[in-house]
Design a protein around this ligand. Structure first.
Ligand SMILES: Nc1ncnc2c1ncn2[C@@H]1O[C@H](COP(=O)(O)OP(=O)(O)OP(=O)(O)O)[C@@H](O)[C@H]1O
Length: 250
């Protein structure tokens, strides 16, 4: 559904180059890489928020630049990091914002938009929060509401920037289980994480980013080994093994 071809991303300076990736449809892709390696820059470029420096992004085989912002929003939902969303609105209104891509500039949400927002809240199990102020929610509740807002866009693909950061252990697992359910319902999902074990357990496809390149991609079992993780995080394989139970037996 989304393909990167010889993509170069960055600002005045290149952050990453030669990115050639096909995100498998109706699967979960996880992106792992150290702080500052370019994960958020890549997500923002795929969302059309930053222009590629070179190369192409194809969405359903059509170059990215041929899509209007509204068309992109109806196809790709974005879930930013929860602490970045500062909304003095009710949860219901935050989720209704997901319908913006379907409204003419002069229109207000209609009954159908409200129904879809309600369904999205129910799908994530947070309908009971609908009348609360978003600002009063816990980190875990905010994350679920932001996912509900993205689902209200009725996208085919969800791009999530560290969806489990700042969540307690239980909420991390709840969010990951929801992501897996969304995949089962037919969504294509991509998420970034700083936790290799999450990527290993929940992703179907894994990308490892290091020093401006995707150094490995494939199934987590094939891609994730101590040497590669040690490389991307700048650790010795021995120290990594001490901390990663998952790969200890390698
Ligand atoms: N608006 C910007 N203008 C110029 N450089 C930027 C901008 N935003 C980020 N950068 C730089 O681009 C590089 C990649 O940043 P990015 O936020 O994509 O990394 P990341 O992998 O998402 O990091 P983290 O894991 O810490 O969130 C960093 O060196 C950063 O300083």
């Amino acid at each position: 559904m989304i393909t990167l071809k010889n993509l170069r991303i960055g600002y005045q300076q290149t952050v990453a180059d030669n990115l050639n990736v096909t995100f498998p449809t109706q699967k979960i892709t996880a992106l792992l890489g150290a702080n500052g390696c370019g994960k958020t820059t890549l997500l923002k470029t795929m969302l059309g928020l930053i222009k590629p420096l070179h190369g192409e992004i194809l969405i359903k085989n059509t170059p990215h630049f041929n899509w209007t912002a509204a068309q992109l929003a109806r196809t790709i939902g974005y879930v930013p990091q929860a602490q970045q969303g500062v909304f003095s609105f009710t949860v219901r209104d935050v989720v209704l914002m997901g319908r913006t891509a379907y409204l003419a500039w002069y229109a207000t949400p209609n009954q159908q938009d409200k129904q879809i927002a309600q369904q999205s809240l129910e799908q994530l199990g947070v309908a009971h929060l609908a009348d609360k102020s978003y600002m009063t929610l816990s980190g875990g509740e905010r994350q679920l509401v932001l996912i509900a807002r993205a689902l209200a866009q009725r996208p085919q693909c969800l791009i999530m920037d560290e969806p489990t950061s700042n969540l307690d252990f239980g909420n991390q697992i709840r969010v990951l289980e929801h992501i897996q359910q969304l995949r089962q319902q037919g969504l294509t999902v991509m998420f970034t994480t700083h936790q290799p074990e999450q990527a290993f357990r929940y992703a179907d496809h894994l990308l490892l980013m290091y020093q401006g390149e995707i150094i490995k991609q494939g199934s987590p079992k094939d891609v994730m080994d101590l040497a590669s993780l040690a490389q991307i995080y700048g650790l010795s394989p021995q120290i990594l093994a001490k901390n990663l139970h998952l790969l200890k037996d390698e």
